[in-house]
Design a protein around this ligand. Structure first.
Ligand code: COA
Ligand code: MG
Length: 238
């Protein structure tokens, strides 16, 4: 398993559009739907990240990469069923996880939100209790831990919010994290890990693969873009 993060820096629209021109018409259309420039940059960097990793790992050229989505919108690489990946973006970060098994990743910027109301309305009762009981000054962090872990789980399963958030429970006991069904049965195939990349963010990964790296690999945005241009101009291979 590999996990990468890019810290986003602003780019001029011309450069964004220039990179977009090397993508498929479908991806171009998706990116153009983002009227907010930062949203467009986030999605663009996610695409660059996954293309660069796939090209290097699979030794195929850029033009051979065709992405598709399952019925719930989870992207996958066509023709490579053992190449699993997932992307998430929030605030100043784009992150991506790659594995030989199903995987989901979620990053969230910590905001001062009404976590108690959200947890009450959307999370399971044991999660609500875990977040709100004891240790008051850590409640917001506990909320974001549970949020990102829950979202990494639904993104790993790939079925999005068609899986109601209160139908499963994340149980976190220090670094031992598990998921249970509403009936309390543990889903033992799923492994979780929380990563610290920035104290203003929470990052969680869920996978059927338990070989988590120690750390997230940080990639500089300029290097990612330069490397991508090189890959494209070389026909795709590094
Ligand atoms: N399963 C897994 N990954 C998916 C997916 C799915 N069904 N649908 C989209 N994705 C991928 C895409 O690569 C997408 O990137 P793109 O928009 O650039 O193509 C990426 O996930 C977006 O993930 P993230 O940045 O974490 O976005 P999100 O948190 O807004 O939404 C969803 C994630 C789309 C998968 C979905 O779970 C959702 O709408 N969540 C809402 C968030 C929420 O209510 N969370 C409650 C707390 S648990
Ligand atoms: Mg998210």
């Amino acid at each position: 398993m590999e996990i990468y993060a890019v810290r986003i820096r602003d780019m001029c629209l011309k450069e964004v559009n220039n990179i977009c021109s090397s993508f498929s018409s479908e991806k171009k259309y998706t990116l153009e739907k983002y009227t907010n420039k930062l949203d467009r940059i986030r999605s663009l960097l996610g695409e660059l990240l996954i293309r660069t990793v796939a090209i290097n790992r699979l030794r195929i050229d850029n033009n051979s990469l065709t992405f598709d989505k399952n019925q719930f919108g989870k992207p996958f690489l066509k023709g490579y069923p053992k190449f699993h990946f997932n992307i998430s973006h929030s605030g100043d970060y784009v992150v991506c996880a790659i594995s030989n098994s199903l995987i989901g990743i979620d990053i969230e910027k910590i905001n001062q939100i009404d976590y108690e109301a959200i947890a009450k309305d959307f999370f399971s009762s044991p999660e609500y209790l875990y977040i709100t009981q004891n240790d008051k000054h850590n409640n917001l962090k506990k909320f974001y831990n549970i949020w990102t872990l829950k979202e990494s789980f639904i993104k790993c399963c790939g079925i999005g919010l068609s899986m109601p958030l209160d139908t499963f429970t994340i149980i976190k006991n220090h670094n031992h994290i598990r998921v249970a069904s509403a009936k309390g049965e543990f889903k033992t195939r799923y492994y979780f890990k929380l990563f610290d990349i920035d104290r203003e963010y929470k990052l969680a990964v869920c996978s059927l693969d338990r070989t988590f790296p120690e750390k997230v690999t940080l990639i500089n945005q300029e290097s990612l873009i330069t490397n991508y241009y090189n890959l494209v101009s070389n026909g795709g291979l590094a």
